[in-house]
Write a protein that binds this ligand. Structure first.
Ligand code: IPM
Ligand code: MG
Length: 349
């Protein structure tokens, strides 16, 4: 047993509630992990005046992995951008070099009726979105200014360089290799130069992966296909903005955004693990949040950063068993509280 350090950042809204359930599951497995909590997001701003205080960043750098809840609180929406809660997660991704976001979406048996799609279509979904996480319009030059005519103007530069594209493309190819061997790159190369470079570089990297069947698709078509015939997708690699949008869409296709975990990875083994849902301030503190995405994120953490694949699988099987046994939070059409859903997963463990 090693004493590896997990930094736990619950954050805002339902973040702390769902992370608490993930902690219960990890504690029950008795893996010899050490946990240290830190402040992020609006919660951190309220206490320290900054959404990502230096102590939090230092803790993340020291840790073997970061377990993250969610950030975002309406009371801080009017702050200047650098102080808004979202800067905590964007800052962590950037500072830790976490350029690759792995977002698996598959339908747990029993959730067919919770999906926005017809059950026979929903059942076919088993895909992974590999989303670039530290570039694109998210991190390009941005601001507000006046036009020559004096009109207010906002701008966000979309940009990628070839190194950024090549490294995420490799993660896409490797992910595809560990699955069906098919990779779909999603872009908007018919309109955007950034996307044309993306496509060119992905094609170049493909030469190193002759066994992988690579295809390209425009993002508008991909959004349509994702609800029309999602079974055609296996591994999708795409940029930061397109990946953000497509992953929320994929979430609704598998029943609820409360079911989707994610891993943010960089060149080192250290990663950040978070449910893809946000802070959901409307249901915060009411015990209504679905902890499954956070619990499944903890499983991804065990697999990717802590090299503990067996307990990771145990957690995933336990979530599947809890769902199969009928445990449902309100987002899944049931009445379980957050804690009761955690209980059901623990019981299945
Ligand atoms: C996500 C979220 C974040 C993003 C927000 C909270 C900054 O939507 O992780 O998908 O846009 O990346
Ligand atoms: Mg998002």
């Amino acid at each position: 047993m090693t004493h590896r350090l997990v930094a736990v950042f619950g954050g805002d809204g339902i973040g702390p509630e769902v992370v608490a359930q993930a902690r219960r599951v990890l504690d029950a497995l008795d893996l010899g992990l050490t946990f240290e909590e830190g402040l992020v997001g609006g919660a951190a701003y309220g206490r320290t005046g900054h959404p990502l205080p230096p102590e939090t960043l230092a803790l993340a750098r020291r840790a073997d992995a970061v377990l993250f809840g969610a950030v975002g609180a309406p009371e801080y929406d009017a702050l200047e951008r650098a102080l808004r809660p979202e800067q905590a997660i964007l800052g962590l991704r950037k500072e830790l070099g976490l350029f690759a976001n792995i977002r698996p979406a598959r339908l747990f048996a029993g959730l067919e009726d919770a999906s926005a799609l017809r059950p026979e279509i929903a059942r076919t979904i088993d895909l992974v979105i590999v989303r670039e996480l530290t570039g694109d319009v998210y991190f390009g030059d941005k601001g507000r200014r006046r036009t020559k005519k004096g009109l207010r103007e906002g701008y966000d530069l979309m940009r990628y360089d070839e190194v950024e594209v090549a490294r995420i493309a490799r993660v896409g190819f490797e992910t595809a290799a560990s699955r069906s061997g098919r990779l779909l790159s999603v872009d908007k190369a018919n309109v955007l130069d950034t996307s044309q470079l993306w496509r060119d570089v992905v094609n170049e990297v493909a030469l190193d992966y002759p066994a992988i069947k690579l295809q390209h698709m425009y993002v508008d078509n991909a959004a349509m296909q994702l609800v029309r015939a999602p079974g055609q997708f296996d591994t999708i690699v795409t940029g930061n903005l397109f990946g953000d949008i497509l992953s929320d869409q994929a979430a609704m296709c598998v029943g609820s955004i409360g079911m989707l975990p994610s891993a943010a990875l960089g060149e080192t083994g250290v990663g950040l693990y978070e449910p893809i849902h946000g802070s959901a301030p409307d249901i915060a503190g009411q015990g209504k949040a679905n902890p499954c995405a956070a619990i499944l994120s903890a499983a991804m953490m065990l697999r990717h950063s802590l090299r503990l694949p067996e307990p990771a699988e145990r957690i995933e099987r336990a979530v599947g068993a809890a769902i199969a046994g009928g445990a449902r939070t309100p987002d899944l059409g049931g009445e379980c509280t957050t804690g009761a859903m955690g209980d059901a997963v623990l019981a299945a463990l």
